[in-house]
Each structure stands twice: as C-alpha cells, then as structure tokens.
Design a protein around this ligand. Structure first.
Ligand SMILES: NC(=O)C1=CN([C@@H]2O[C@H](COP(=O)(O)OP(=O)(O)OC[C@H]3O[C@@H](n4cnc5c(N)ncnc54)[C@H](O)[C@@H]3O)[C@@H](O)[C@H]2O)C=CC1
Ligand SMILES: O=C([O-])CC(=O)C(=O)O
Length: 340
C-alpha cells in the first residue's frame, strides 16, 4: 500500500488545467536501455507530457510502439537510428533526457566510463545544439561530473549555451539518502529530506546529515551512513554482477526531476531539486559546476542555494569533494577542446 502511494506521489499535483493547455514534448536519448525503458514508461504515465519522443541507436521504435498502447493521451514516437531520426526526435523538445551510454561493471569507477561515454554525450549534445538549442537538458550518462561540462563546452562552441538549461541529474543521491536514513532511524523515507551536494561519484557525493532531521547522528553510525550514500551505486553494480548498474531507481529519479521541471514550467513556485549545474558557489576555486538545491522556474534554473551551515565533519567531506570535482570537470572541458 505504502509503496504504491509513494510511486503515484511522483505525479502528485496533476494540474490538469495547466497541462491541458501546455504542450510538452519530452525526448529520451538512449530510450531502449536499462534506464531508458522504465524512464520512458514513467514519462508516458505523466499527464504533463503531451509528446514523448524516443531515440536510441537500437530499439527506439519498438519501445515506442509498446508504450503507445498505454491508455494515456500523450503521443509516443520512436525514431530511426540515424541523423535525420535524431534531429526529428529532438525538434521542438522542451526537455531532453540523456541516459545514453555504457554502465559500470564490478570493479569500475564512473570515471572508467569516460572513454566510451564522453564521445557519445558530445555527439548527442551537438545534435541537441543544432535541433533543439532551447531545450532543458538532463544529463544522466556517467561520469556526470564530466559529461555535464562536455555538453556545456559543445553548446558554448556553437554560441547557444544557456547555463539555466543544463542539469546533471543527481536526484538518485537524495532518493537513496532519504531511503538509507529511514532504514537506520526507522522512519518514513518519503518524509526524509537529506540534502546531498557536490557531484555524482564517490567522495564528490556529500550528504549533509546535519541539515536532516537527524543532526545528532554521530560516530560509526554516521560514518557508515555517509559511506553508503556515497557508494550506493556500487551496491547495485555488485548485485547485478556484470549486468549493469541502477536502472529502475534511476528511472524513478529521472522521472521525478523531469516532473519537477514541468511543474515549474507550468507556473508552480518553490519547486526545488538537487542538481549539478553551472554554479557560482565555488567558481572562485576554479570549480564551475556543483550540485546543490536549486529552485526551478519557467526558464530552468531560477535560484541556486548555497550549501548552508555545515559542521566540521561535513566541511572535511566537502574539501575532499572539491579536489576530485575540479579534476573531473577539467577532464570534460579538455576532452571537447582536444576532440571538438
Ligand atoms: N546519473 C545517475 O544517477 C545515473 C547514471 N547512470 C548512467 O546512465 C547510463 C545508462 O545506463 P543504462 O541505461 O543502465 O545503460 P544501458 O546500456 O542499459 O543503456 C544505454 C542505452 O544507450 C544507447 N546508446 C548508446 N549510444 C547511443 C547514442 N549515441 N545515441 C543514442 N543511444 C545510445 C544504447 O543503445 C542503450 O540502449 C550509464 O552511463 C550509467 O552509468 C546510471 C545510473 C544512475
Ligand atoms: O553507480 C553507477 O555506476 C550508476 C550510478 O551513477 C548510480 O547508481 O548512482
């Protein structure tokens, strides 16, 4: 009962009048993959989406045909895996979600995916810059700390970069944080709010337990929880044993983020999500992207919240985060410079 209620909370405030008058084309690049399929399913179930556009280098039309039988009003189109198909999929999109690329296998870090995924994301970003430069882009493909700067460099090179419309999806980190803390404290996970800042890999993931309802958590229990939040992705990679990484929980997290953007675009105020964006917070230290709580508006980023008050323990986590994050971001920027 409880789980079912939580799932439908994804699309809680249905704002039928607003969504009925507002057409929202949402495109998924990598739609036939482990994340792409359940993500597309959740988007098909979202009444705010009027047109669902699916692209993959294999299998897009099949997934679209399947989803198109669901009795929801939106149209679903799968596009052929070629340049024309990609551009047609993108044209007129309000939101483009990118879960295209390879996932980890046991023993790999997210950074180990860079060599394969950097060029996939670069090429898709080029197509978005040409076919739908106004779209809000949600980058899921790992390593997010580097793939988001790749998209920004591609857009800058074409003179179409708008930092308000580029998002690295870090929602899964706060989804996990609220679930994991609820397991330790015996609470309702849907009521738990744990800010997670920084980036999306290992020590760049910085949970701020002092700002949760459990600030007094200390010692080994706190250390174990922080470690589990930072390395939650590894748990799934290990359990899947070579068959990939988180897909279903990621689909839920991606659908939640897209829903938040649509709510904000349709006039709702005070919509806040954690996300990895072009951020002023640590630019003085040469770090151009950072995940923190971001208020969303009609044009994308409305207001970037600072990390707020943190304790000494969290400051140490943040210091370690910034060292790695800087390198990860630079790697993405350098890649596009060397391989435009
Ligand atoms: N941001 C986050 O929190 C998370 C990110 N991820 C990342 O998401 C990515 C996808 O993961 P999965 O869906 O499990 O992988 P998958 O291998 O199951 O699916 C990837 C899909 O991308 C497609 N693809 C590859 N190149 C493409 C291109 N040029 N254009 C369009 N489609 C293309 C493939 O055909 C495949 O269907 C991985 O990089 C993974 O690390 C995974 C979980 C969480
Ligand atoms: O761990 C991975 O490789 C996939 C991912 O980003 C996550 O589950 O957070």
């Amino acid at each position: 009962m409880f789980a079912a209620r939580q799932t439908f909370n994804l699309f809680q405030k249905r704002a039928f009048s607003a969504s009925a008058s507002q057409a929202s084309k949402v495109t998924v690049l990598g739609a036939a993959g482990g994340i792409g399929q359940p993500l597309s399913l959740l988007l098909k179930l979202n009444p705010r989406v009027s047109e669902l556009s699916l692209y993959d280098i294999r299998g897009g039309p099949g997934v679209a045909a399947d989803l198109s039988h669901i009795n929801a009003n939106s149209t679903v189109t799968g596009y052929e895996p070629n340049t024309e198909g990609l551009h047609a999929a993108l044209k007129g999109s309000e939101i483009v979600l990118i879960p295209a690329g390879v996932p980890r296998k046991p023993g790999m870090t997210r950074d180990d995916l860079f060599n394969t995924n950097a060029s996939i994301v670069r090429d898709l970003a080029k197509a978005v810059a040409e076919a739908s430069p106004e779209a809000k882009i949600l980058v899921i493909s790992n390593p997010v700390n580097s793939t988001v700067p790749i998209v920004s460099e591609v857009f800058k090179a074409r003179g179409v970069y708008n930092p308000k419309r580029l998002f690295g999806v870090t929602t899964l980190d706060v989804v996990r944080a609220s679930r994991f803390i609820s397991q330790v404290q015996g609470t309702d996970p849907s009521a738990e709010k744990v800010p997670v800042v920084g980036g999306h890999s290992g020590v760049t993931i910085v949970p701020l337990l002092s700002q949760s309802g459990h600030a007094s958590l200390a010692g080994e229990a706190r250390d174990a929880l922080v470690n589990r939040i930072q390395f939650g992705g590894d748990e799934v990679v290990k359990a899947k044993d070579g068959a990939g990484s988180a897909t279903l929980s990621m689909a839920m997290a991606g659908a939640r983020f897209a829903e938040s953007l649509l709510r904000a675009a349709q006039g709702e105020k005070g919509v806040i999500e954690p996300t990895f964006v072009d951020s002023p917070l640590y630019k003085d230290q040469g770090i151009d992207f950072f995940a923190s709580r971001v208020e969303l508006g009609a044009n994308g980023v409305e207001q970037i919240h600072s990390v707020g008050e943190i304790n000494e323990y969290e400051q140490k986590l943040l210091d370690a985060c910034l060292v790695d994050l800087k390198k990860n971001i630079q790697k993405g920027v350098d890649f596009v410079k060397a391989n435009p």
